[in-house]
Design a protein around this ligand. Structure first.
Ligand code: GLU
Length: 499
């Protein structure tokens, strides 16, 4: 481990999701990097639920976050393990809603020491100041009107029944810190203005609570998204004013769309659940996310969670934005799918296949779809013809789709009739892919048709699609009777072919 990471106290890292939405890809990656850091260094990993925004926080979102993290294989040592469940660990509470007294005490301490003050300014007054500053081309910030109110002013505010917010008095100083990922970073707090730490209804706000929590939980390394980089000078100023021990900070690069724009809920698929429902494997997701901002420095690309734990080093994370490349995710998913045994894959596919399909039948389906599957959900497109009724399958195509590339209805009819004759002659015992293929090739030859042109109408008749798993295996699995019935339906659909 980089000696810089060492803080001469045991490493404690955290993830701090807000249960105001489903688990976001960015939060999942931050969680993964923290998890890998903790496991790589033997540190402790804490889950903190940031639920001070009571109006938007729900237990359903907490469940989505916790369940999806578990699904990815990410575990933590302290914090709730189930949604709405008890705190686990020596630094409870792990939900901010449980720490309100401590926030109030710490806000009081800042007021007493003069580093924070009450502010009675109304929204309208603040707006007026902002407009003046804008007109004077000054940076917008609070004008400190309430920093030192006279006794008369204070009495007047209180008589007016105004309830004050609490502002933190920001010193005009340069804040420097050594970011674990970005190196030396400097901000000028002179530009900040005194920010609100407690709302006028008594609710403490993010910058303040996160600092109080990290101290209470003895967090040594704050590893989070780069969107928080500009918050860090505020946090450091608060940490110093409160006399806390300063953790190390590390900011992970943003995840970008292919056009290098920021990935956002509105523009991109960011909910982990959506990837899960499409049938991406957690192994592939983890492997993929690990590479969004990190690489082993070699050509290797397949890493299990255990291998990542071994190799991942937070100080090697890149500074530049990480482009989300869906093709790469698809590629990785395919690699993991194909590395499974047929039995394993059948188990993973089970939720995507109707209950009516027996496990035994599903195991037979797996080998014919394995090469073509990208995501588990693709099983429907590839194999639903095996479990859907004939009438449904035939509704997937119109008569033109039966026409071979080189040919029209007459060629289609010749192929379908040829197939009907050829399959009709086989008994059930002979109905294997191998035998069917032999006979089909011979039948094509007999009528002087090219194999491709002969097979294509049969494929559409039987599977309802022009692209399917291997044709002869598909016929074998479908069975003699159903295959013949579908050829019959296709012939009917084709109608009378004028001579
Ligand atoms: N709750 C914050 C978020 O979801 C994280 C805060 C932090 O990591 O400091 O972005």
């Amino acid at each position: 481990m980089d000696p810089n990471l060492d803080q001469d106290r045991p490493m404690r890292v955290r993830m701090a999701p807000s249960p105001t939405g489903p688990l976001h890809l960015g939060t999942a990656r931050t969680s993964l990097y923290n998890f890998l850091t903790a496991r790589h260094t033997g540190g402790t990993y804490v889950l903190r639920i940031e639920d001070t925004d009571a109006a938007r926080s729900t237990v359903e979102f907490e469940r989505d976050i916790i369940d999806n993290l578990h699904w990815l294989g990410i575990s933590w040592d302290e914090g709730p393990q189930v949604a709405g469940g008890d705190d686990v660990g020596s630094h409870a509470p792990y939900r901010q809603s449980g720490r309100m007294d401590r926030y109030a005490e710490e806000a009081h301490r800042l007021l007493e020491s003069g580093r924070a003050y009450r502010c009675w300014c109304t929204h309208e007054e603040l707006e007026a100041v902002r407009r003046e500053q804008e007109a004077a081309k000054e940076p917008p910030r609070y004008n400190r009107r309430c920093l030192n109110p006279t006794d008369a002013e204070r009495v007047a505010f209180e008589a007016d029944d105004r309830s004050p917010v609490i502002r933190f008095q920001v010193e005009a100083e340069k804040i420097r810190f050594d970011d674990v990922i970005r190196g030396e970073v400097e901000f000028d707090n002179a530009l900040l203005g005194d920010f609100v730490i407690v709302r006028n209804d008594g609710v403490p706000l993010y910058h303040f609570v996160v600092v109080v929590d990290d101290e209470a939980m003895e967090i040594t390394h704050v590893i989070r998204g780069e969107d928080h980089l500009s918050n860090t000078p505020k946090h450091i100023a608060l940490i110093r004013a409160l006399g806390y021990r300063e953790p190390r900070f590390g900011h992970i690069p943003l995840i970008l769309n292919a056009d290098r724009s920021k990935m956002s809920k509105r523009k991109s698929q960011t909910a982990m659940t959506a990837y899960r429902e499409e049938g991406y494997l957690p192994e592939a997701m983890v492997n993929f996310m690990a590479f969004l901002g990190w690489s082993p420095g070699t050509e290797e690309e397949i890493f299990t969670l255990a291998e990542l734990t071994d190799r991942f080093e937070i100080e090697k994370v890149h500074k530049g934005g990480a482009v989300f490349d869906r093709d790469r995710l698809d590629h990785l998913n395919g690699v993991y799918l194909r590395a499974m045994t047929d039995e394993q894959l059948a188990l993973r596919l089970r939720p995507w296949v109707p209950d009516a399909v027996r496990d035994d039948d599903l195991r037979h389906i797996v080998p014919i779809v394995k090469e073509r599957l990208v995501r588990l959900a693709d099983i429907t497109g590839l194999a639903a013809f095996l479990w859907e009724p004939d009438a449904v399958v035939s509704s997937w195509y119109g008569p033109e789709l039966l026409h071979p590339k080189k040919g029209g209805p007459a060629e289609a009819r010749a192929a379908l009739e040829g197939a009907r004759g050829m399959l009709g002659e086989l008994d059930d015992a002979d109905f294997s892919a191998e035998v069917i293929e032999q006979r089909a090739r011979a039948a094509a030859e007999a009528i002087g048709a090219k194999a491709g042109d002969f097979f294509s109408p049969i494929r559409v008749a039987v599977t309802g699609r022009t692209i399917s798993p291997p044709l002869f295996d598909s016929l074998e699995l479908l069975g003699r009777e159903r295959s013949l019935a579908r050829l019959e339906i296709a012939l009917e659909k084709l109608g009378e072919v004028p001579a």
